[in-house]
Design a protein around this ligand. Structure first.
Ligand SMILES: Cc1cc2nc3c(=O)[nH]c(=O)nc-3n(C[C@H](O)[C@H](O)[C@H](O)COP(=O)(O)OP(=O)(O)OC[C@H]3O[C@@H](n4cnc5c(N)ncnc54)[C@H](O)[C@@H]3O)c2cc1C
Length: 596
């Protein structure tokens, strides 16, 4: 069923040539020993594991799906998932970027990021089981008590136990302030939690010995709304003193959802019938603690979509070179065949290059953000840590929404390359489109990400974080503005940077008069800023490629062609998006709801 080869050459380009990670990591004492050899070895081994173990289970997992047994409340994952998970744990993959204090390998997030791209290309549904554990690890590490860290972190790090995030309830998804699950304090310091959660990814499964649910609930007399939410750790099995699993806790799976994609991942209705839990952080401050998990998950969803973009593109490319239909408009290219391969047709190339550009743009972008996380967590200088944290906060909603929107476009174009063969299940292309769709919805819909970017991250701090990032772009434009060879990249970058500044000010002014202006502008606005970020990264990558264009390594020729395609064909949509963002709220709000 198709193929997947980890794009190690491009990953190495991004890590070694674009980001110069080896040099960067030298300034972070915890990672000063991580050199190019270690990085390349992990990439090679990760590429083998994902292509050989996980990818073969992707299509079969989709066809088979998960099975729920109502009598025992158990969920059986598709054939091979459990065994692959054992290989993952035995190989130490779960521990890659975790703290050695809890048994981790202590490697940087920027390297784990590349591995996560591979995991998601190979099998997004499978990757969600360990993927959620990583968010739980980060949340507990930051907000857990010493005892919680001691008991639970080593199990999450090794992968013996997995994690979940239990936020959503039937009547509240986006608006968590309305949640109703209740927690009652017990004399021994624990809490008994009652409520119903829905859509809980990996809520029940057969891959690990225990599952740690991070559950949002209300304590007695909690204030209304989001200020009255607390976070609890609720294990499926209560751990014994020696760390082994003990009594079954009454948090059970009542059903699993039938859904459009990611069939290999269980989406569970979870019933808590007085389940025992322990509070994480302070009462009523649960959302604050959960945000650590949610931010990790938002970046993780961006990675899911990068993975899908890459694998869909790879398969479309193979097909386009093999499938023969019609003759090239500019004359026969393959006279010995009855027709030319479809890659000769300009529009097939447009579809392929869309996938290639969105994959390479997202790879550079997410790797950059991952390196900023490493700096935020490990740089010795507090000022640098703060700057990195601000940038990660600004860029997180863009990673989530821009990459997932682009993957929806790119996987659909990749399917289109196959014509009717893309629409039928046999080739596996329709699965990528189905799997990609959820990424625009969960972890805060893309509208919510756009509101977060424009309302909270940009207007909320009077544009300070955006200005800081803009200064980097300005410096690059100034440094390269006189280089003629760079003008095709630098001119549109500088121009878009100026337009974003003006657009932000304009919306900010309008928002003073009418807050609906933010809601009306935010979605096209995020895409415009996303393109500004990609323009900045593609311009930098083009500069490296220009310098090595004649090196004899065709990789650089391809990189330049991709950057040129990006600026010529994808980035210009910003003109329309800016018009949309400026068009104001009246065209949306004028119609009375009854008149729709
Ligand atoms: C397969 C799957 C897996 C999931 N996994 C998990 C999980 O592991 N844990 C978990 O807790 N949840 C999970 N979810 C839930 C998911 O995060 C929610 O579905 C999502 O946050 C949206 O909530 P909702 O479905 O209630 O939609 P609603 O909140 O009802 O939103 C409906 C629509 O209204 C829009 N909207 C809402 N408020 C605003 C606003 N202020 N401004 C503009 N538009 C707005 C939304 O963008 C959306 O388009 C999962 C969902 C699915 C389908």
């Amino acid at each position: 069923m198709g193929q997947y080869v980890a794009p190690i050459r491009d990953m190495q380009f991004v890590l070694h040539e674009f980001l110069k990670v080896e040099e960067e990591l030298k300034s972070l004492p915890d990672y000063s020993e991580v050199d190019a050899d270690i990085i390349n070895q992990v990439l090679e081994e990760g590429g083998k594991f994902t292509a050989e173990v996980l990818f073969p289970l992707n299509h079969s997992g989709d066809r088979e799906g998960c099975k729920h047994d109502a009598a025992t409340h158990t969920v059986t994952t598709p054939k091979g998932f459990k065994e692959a998970y054992k290989q993952y744990v035995d190989g130490g993959w779960a521990a890659l970027a975790c703290d050695p204090e809890y048994g981790g390998q202590g490697l940087p997030v920027v390297l784990n990021n590349s591995f996560y791209e591979m995991l998601n290309s190979a099998n997004q549904a499978w990757t969600m089981y360990p993927g959620l554990s990583h968010g739980a690890y980060e949340c507990l590490k930051e907000h857990g008590t010493d005892h919680q860290k001691k008991v639970y972190l080593p199990k999450l790090v090794s992968g013996e136990w997995t994690g979940t995030m239990c936020l959503t309830e039937p009547h509240c998804g986006t608006d968590l302030g309305m949640l109703r699950s209740k927690a009652l304090p017990q004399a021994d310091g624990s809490w008994l939690i009652t409520g119903n959660k829905i859509f809980i990814s990996a809520g029940e499964h057969d891959m690990s010995e225990n599952i740690l649910h991070l559950v949002l609930a209300r304590v007695p007399d909690a204030p209304e709304g989001s200020k009255g939410i607390s976070l609890f750790l609720v294990p499926k099995y209560l751990p014994k003193e020696d760390g082994s699993v003990g009594e079954r806790n009454p948090i059970t799976c009542g059903a699993i959802e039938e859904k459009m994609g990611i069939h290999g991942n269980s989406t569970c209705q979870m019933n808590l019938d007085g389940a025992k839990g322990w509070i994480i952080g302070q009462p009523n401050k649960g959302l604050n603690a959960m945000f650590v998990f949610m931010n990790a998950a938002r970046l993780g969803v961006g990675m899911q979509s990068l993975g899908l973009t890459e694998v869909a593109y790879q398969n479309a490319l193979i097909y386009a070179k093999d499938r023969i239909q019609m003759r090239s408009l500019s004359g026969v290219k393959n006279p010995e065949m009855p027709a030319d391969p479809i890659i000769v047709h300009p529009d097939v190339r447009r579809m392929l290059l869309t996938g290639k550009a969105y994959a390479e743009g997202a790879r550079a972008f997410t790797s950059y953000v991952a390196l900023q996380i490493d700096r935020e967590l490990h740089h010795p200088d507090e000022e640098v840590r703060k700057e990195a944290a601000d940038e990660v906060a600004l860029l997180t909603p863009i990673v989530k929404a821009f990459i997932t929107d682009n993957a929806w476009i790119a996987t659909s174009e990749a399917m289109q390359v196959f014509g009717g063969h893309g629409y039928i299940a046999e080739w596996g292309m329709e699965q990528y489109v189905r799997d990609a769709r959820i990424n625009l919805i969960y972890e805060g819909t893309n509208t919510i990400q756009s509101l977060d970017l424009l309302g909270r991250k940009i207007l909320g701090d009077n544009g300070a974080k955006l200005r800081k990032f803009g200064e980097k772009i300005k410096a690059f434009v100034e440094d390269n503005g006189t280089d003629e060879a760079m003008s095709e990249f630098v001119t549109p970058l500088g121009d878009l940077g100026d337009k974003v500044t003006k657009l932000t000010m304009e919306i900010g002014m309008k928002a003073f008069q009418n807050p609906d202006e933010v809601g009306a502008a935010c979605v096209p606005y995020l895409r415009v800023v996303g393109h500004m970020v990609y323009s900045y990264f593609f311009a930098q990558m083009a500069k490296i490629a220009l310098a090595k264009e004649d090196s004899g390594d065709n990789f650089y020729k391809a990189k330049l062609a991709t950057a040129r395609f990006y600026f010529a064909r994808l980035q210009p949509e910003t003109a329309t998006l800016i018009r949309q963002a400026r068009s104001g709220s009246a065209n949306l709000m004028a119609l009375d709801a009854d008149l729709f």
